[in-house]
Design a protein around this ligand. Structure first.
Ligand code: OTD
Ligand code: ZN
Ligand code: ZN
Length: 349
């Protein structure tokens, strides 16, 4: 796009990977997501995870009540898969729209994943049903064996778990969430399959591990999967700039209070809801790929999930804007991704 490019109007985007939490945090963070996004896949990793239809309906109602600026926002709920999930629960939940997808957390892979899956073979009966009914499987793709280096966990997961799983269930729709490596990009591109897609976060596009670890440790950049080497960041940037339709927007916005991030054992997660869309467009512009921006934000996701495109539009203007510095929730603070930074883009809301 030429430098004279001043504004861009696109179909209102969806965020296919969001953590909204509960109670006071939910009431605050939801309004950032609904300002930019029409629909969002809601991750089920609450302290007490969403494992059945009843919990999902309850949580969905809480979300709808908490938002105050977009009555049309549609939360798309997911079921946290456990080794005790009944196939019936998934089948009923999916057919009645209580669940849009099932979420696979390898046990101890990320926040509140302890009740996740220890041995993938133990949920093969669930995967069989999901394949049959066309229910997407969303995966946190990291191997969690303690002997595997944290920087290799995603790549090992592809070799040890994902590839065998896809051979067993070739028609199971899979989203490899928040990919972070060149190997993952290559795996998705080489598969060239309508049954495999991946989301990419703004922070993995903008940062690599040097940003987190050189010149002082930056707790606000600590997330899982952890930031990788620059070659991987470049691979992700090239993936979105290629226009490949297997990649779409999933911000993985994951709020934590500052007191829990700045701690001897700081929590993983980056709260990017206030800046995610502006961060994505910044990267697309840097990559000279604005022509693929709408597809990444608003088309590739719905097409994969078999949902209609949104009717609303949103306009982004090439006018500097500052990302909010901090968000107060009672006595607590949440610091967003790129807090206080000036970005080249703003939004007409
Ligand atoms: N990663 N933090 C969280 C989730 C994600 O793996 C993820 O999806 C979280 O706090 O829920 C994080 O670093
Ligand atoms: Zn994850
Ligand atoms: Zn997440």
């Amino acid at each position: 796009m030429p430098i004279s490019f001043k504004k861009i109007t696109i179909i209102k985007p969806d965020d296919w990977h969001v953590h909204l939490r509960e109670k006071n945090i939910l009431k605050t963070v939801i309004n950032y997501t609904t300002s930019f996004y029409q629909r969002a896949i809601i991750m089920p990793n609450l302290c007490n995870p969403i494992v059945n239809c009843k919990q999902s309906i309850y949580y969905r109602n809480k979300i709808l009540k908490a938002q105050n600026n977009n009555k049309k926002f549609q939360p798309l709920m997911t079921c946290y898969l456990t080794e005790f999930t009944s196939p019936k629960e998934l089948e009923v939940g999916f057919s009645k729209n209580f669940f849009t997808a099932g979420k696979l957390y390898p046990s101890y892979s990320t926040t509140n994943s302890e009740k996740g899956i220890k041995n993938i073979k133990n949920i093969y009966s669930l995967l069989e049903i999901m394949e049959k009914i066309g229910m997407p499987l969303l995966i946190h793709g990291e191997e969690t064996e303690s002997t595997i280096d944290i920087f290799d966990r995603e790549t090992k997961f592809i070799d040890n778990t994902l590839d065998p799983l896809r051979n067993t269930f070739p028609y199971l729709k899979i989203v490899l969430e928040h990919i972070t490596t060149k190997e993952s990009v290559d795996y998705v591109v080489d598969s060239n399959s309508p049954y495999l897609a991946a989301t990419i976060t703004p922070h993995h596009l903008m940062l690599n591990r040097n940003d987190m670890l050189v010149n002082g440790i930056k707790p606000y950049f600590y997330c899982l999967p952890i930031l990788k080497r620059k070659i991987h960041q470049i691979a992700l940037r090239n993936a979105i700039a290629s226009g490949n339709k297997s990649f779409f927007l999933g911000s993985d916005t994951a709020p934590h209070y500052d007191k829990n991030k700045i701690n001897t054992t700081g929590c993983a997660g980056i709260f990017n809801a206030p800046s995610s869309l502006l961060a994505y467009i910044t990267v697309f512009e840097e990559m000279n790929a604005l022509k693929y921006f709408q597809a990444f934000c608003s088309e590739n996701g719905p097409k994969f999930y078999n949902m209609p495109l949104n009717k609303e539009k949103i306009t982004l203007v090439r006018k500097p804007s500052q990302v909010i510095k901090r968000i107060k929730i009672g006595k607590n603070i949440i610091t967003p991704f790129l807090a206080g930074q000036i970005l080249n883009w703003s939004i007409n809301i």
